[in-house]
Design a protein around this ligand. Structure first.
Ligand code: ZN
Length: 293
């Protein structure tokens, strides 16, 4: 693990001819108490230490996926529209997805799909640039319909929390693709609505079974969890964050998906994990789950 602001990981192949790289687009420092929610400090501090302001250092990880001749970027980081004051409070360094792509020699105009797991600032803040234009000129932006509706809803808790202005600018530019539930974007890459963290949170499933595949083709599958499981530290399914809008749903859906991920050996990508990825999940003797060695 290095500390450079922008970094593109090695490509990894998955079933269905899908290639995945982690694009590290900077850092931010969420409040540890909020991030770990119901979990007491003696438990989480076994994995990570808070700074003198009670914050923990987390990555802004995006995924760059290539499949069926298309390029898919998952997440847009914090973008360039935050005020200096907001950046200072949240400890943001970097965070601009276009800058991150250019820094590693990739062209933002080459992106065909942008998947937003949900509309919080650290995932959807880079949908549009300072002038309000979509950062990815040739992309369709994929958002769950429930998430878009929640952003426009009147729930008091969500006031000022969702990137609704950016969503509307993308919609006005004709680049919004609202989806509902499980949808295949291209062969080998699908989004699934998970809810839990937010009403319309979605995860990305990578890799398909290839009954007619050639011997030697990769058969591995992977999942990008979004903030349903932001780091490997939060694999215990009851570890709900204070940022989970629907904690009971989050626990149920985590339990279902983590169980499958462990049983079927899915490789896991985490949006805020500072360590090397992907990793696998394994069951413990006590009936729980943890990061595999
Ligand atoms: Zn997040």
């Amino acid at each position: 693990m290095t500390d450079s602001l922008h970094e593109l990981g090695d490509a990894r192949a998955f079933a269905g001819g899908v290639s995945v790289r982690v694009l590290r687009a900077g850092w931010f420092r969420p409040d540890a108490g909020g991030f770990f929610g119901v979990v007491p400090q003696p438990f989480w501090s076994r994995f990570v230490q808070a700074d003198e302001r009670g914050r923990i250092l987390c990555r802004l990880n995006l995924l760059l996926i290539e499949a069926a001749g298309k390029r898919i970027l998952v997440e847009t980081g914090t973008g360039e529209r935050m005020t200096d004051r907001q950046r200072e409070i949240k400890g943001v360094e970097g965070g601009d997805p276009a800058e991150a792509l250019r820094a590693v020699g990739e062209d933002p105009a080459s992106i065909d799909f942008v998947v937003l797991t949900h509309l919080h600032y650290d995932h959807a803040g880079g949908m549009v640039d300072a002038a309000g234009r979509p950062v990815f000129a040739n992309a369709r932006y994929v958002v769950q319909r429930d998430e878009a509706e929640a952003a426009h809803g009147d729930e008091l808790r969500l006031g000022g929390i969702m990137e609704v202005e950016q969503l509307d600018l993308v919609r006005a530019a004709g680049q919004l693709a609202e989806v509902n539930g499980e949808v295949e974007l291209v062969p080998g890459v699908r989004v699934i609505r998970t809810g839990g963290h937010t009403r319309g949170s979605q995860a990305v499933l990578i890799g398909i079974e290839r009954p007619g595949g050639r011997a030697g083709d990769p058969t591995d599958r992977a999942i990008f969890w979004g903030d349903l499981i932001p780091t490997r530290w939060q694999i215990p399914v009851r570890w709900t964050s204070a940022y989970d809008d629907y904690p009971i749903d989050a626990i149920e859906v985590r339990n279902e998906l983590v169980r499958r991920a462990a049983a079927e050996g899915w490789w896991c990508y985490f949006t805020h994990d500072p360590g090397d990825q992907p990793i696998r999940i394994q069951a413990t003797d006590k009936g729980g789950f943890r990061a595999a060695d």
